[in-house]
Design a protein around this ligand. Structure first.
Ligand code: SF4
Ligand code: SF4
Length: 215
């Protein structure tokens, strides 16, 4: 899921300068799980806005604000949203931009999206995938060196491994040691350097259709 944190309230209020009537949009998906865009977060934001003398015309928590169809259905026609001066969105940037597409109002983000996270427990999230667009997990025992090696090394370790730990942070395992150990457990350690991976094109697809074709 997309990991988000709430922007400092001072920044949100600065962005809201000049707007009196605010409509608040929350997210029932990732931002609810992160506790940044669910019911409690939306209610807290409304309290903050009222304290700062803003008028809150209403709020909605969209099932998936990053889906333009949902935003069109549940936000675009909302009377309270259309009566507001500005839409404040407690969702990731994908959600903010879906809102922007469906309503002729200024749309502002209330969150800072950080990364695609693997949840350990609420409040502890790992950045295990950087969404590079060319997944190599099939070759690396399901462990991603692109995201989990601080140097992003995809063809084996650097010379800085110290007793299996990463030289950049000795409390953390070197991801290439983890990969090798896992391959050994699977009896596939001979496969580790069979493939050479060319440098990753970091270019991200702008639009991907159901067949995975980039446009
Ligand atoms: S290789 Fe790593 S960063 Fe790329 S898609 Fe796979 S898990 Fe994500
Ligand atoms: S020690 Fe391992 S994880 Fe750390 S930078 Fe080198 S290869 Fe990457």
């Amino acid at each position: 899921m997309i990991i988000t944190v709430t922007k400092p309230i001072e920044e949100i209020m600065t962005n809201l300068e000049g707007y009196k009537k605010v409509f608040v949009v929350g997210c029932a998906a990732c931002a609810t799980k992160c506790q940044t865009g669910g019911e409690e977060a939306v209610n807290n934001m409304i309290k903050e806005l009222k304290k700062k003398n803003k008028t809150v015309t209403g709020s909605v928590i969209l099932d998936t604000p990053c889906d333009i169809r949902i935003a069109k259905r549940d936000l675009a026609k909302s009377r309270e949203a259309n009566e507001s001066d500005v839409i404040l969105v407690l969702a990731c940037g994908a959600g903010v931009q879906a809102a922007e597409k469906v309503i002729e109002k200024p749309v502002l983000p209330a969150l800072n999206p950080l990364f695609v996270g693997t949840t350990e427990r609420i409040g502890v999230y790992n950045e295990f995938c950087s969404v590079c667009g060319e997944c190599i997990l099939d070759k690396t025992a399901g462990i991603c060196p692109v995201s989990r090696c601080p140097k992003g090394l995809i063809n084996g370790p650097c010379g800085g491994v110290v007793d299996g730990k990463c030289e950049t942070d000795l409390t953390k395992d070197c991801v290439w040691v983890l990969i090798l150990n896992k391959l050994k457990k699977l009896g596939k350690e001979q496969e580790i350097f069979k493939d050479y991976f060319s440098p990753k094109k970091r270019a991200k697809p702008k639009v991907v259709n159901r067949a995975g074709e980039r446009r």
